[in-house]
Design a protein around this ligand. Structure first.
Ligand SMILES: [Mg+2]
Length: 253
């Protein structure tokens, strides 16, 4: 086991957010169809995925108000080109179609509220073991604070973490997470930690920043991003694991 500070991502690393978001997008598409949208489900889901990514980039926020996504879908269904639909849905003030898109946004959030994302295998046992062996655990997520807090509580994971860093990810946010963890570790053990380990499912949002701050990076593919690693040394992890419990067996690098 690597001993020290563990900085752990939440969505699609500890739990399967992607599965629940896919279900919520299906509900959104169904709601649109019930209100006269002509899209059949498979085409709507492909379109939703494409529009979701473009809206996230346009808003520079990967967890924006998804009523905007319903709005973009509605605008495309009404014959607007994709570029224009994304621009209108991302802009302010919203176009008049906003009120018609709102029920589909509500259907999306109702599904999220009703379905807690399931934990991946071995997460609770692994966190318990890391904690009981004297490591310091820091949760770092850029998901919506309330959703992350609810999911942590539903799975009783909150008590495992010494610190929660819930903010947009950057090299600075990872440095802050590391400093908070190292301070806790030093206070408890009277010495500096040997390792800082960053665990996440996203090469760009977890592994990259972990590498920049000099941590040992662990790629745990899960959810929608798949197992492919981009061909960029900055995004290359030190270790790739398929199961959370493998964290316990990592040696020094
Ligand atoms: Mg993630």
């Amino acid at each position: 086991m690597l001993r020290g500070v563990y900085i752990v991502d939440a969505d699609n690393t500890m739990w399967d957010t992607n599965a629940v978001f896919l279900g919520a997008q299906l509900k959104m598409a169904e709601s649109m169809r019930d209100r006269g949208c002509s899209l059949e489900t498979a085409a709507a889901m492909d379109l939703l995925r494409a529009l979701d990514f473009r809206l996230a980039v346009a808003l520079d926020d990967f967890e924006y108000d998804y009523t905007r996504l319903a709005l973009a879908l509605l605008l495309v269904d009404r014959g607007r080109p994709h570029d224009e639909a994304v621009r209108l849905a991302a802009g302010a003030p919203p176009p008049p179609e906003w009120d018609q898109a709102r029920p589909a946004g509500t259907a999306f959030y109702a599904h999220l509220q009703a379905h807690c994302p399931p934990l991946f295998f071995g997460v609770t046992e692994t966190l318990a073991k890391l904690r009981s062996e004297g490591n310091t655990l820091v949760l770092h997520s850029e998901g919506r604070e309330q959703r992350i807090a609810q999911t942590l509580a539903a799975h009783n994971l909150g008590p495992f973490f010494h610190h929660n860093v819930l903010e947009r990810k950057s090299q600075d946010s990872f440095r802050r997470a590391r400093q908070a963890g190292e301070a806790s570790f030093a206070q408890a053990r009277g010495r500096s930690p040997d390792h800082c380990v960053v665990v996440g499912d996203s090469p760009k949002r977890d592994i990259r920043f972990g590498n920049i701050i000099g941590a040992t990076t662990v790629f745990k593919p899960g959810g929608g991003l798949g197992t492919e690693l981009p061909d960029d040394p900055l995004l290359a992890p030190d270790h790739t694991i398929s199961c959370f419990t493998e964290l316990l067996g990592l040696g020094s690098r």
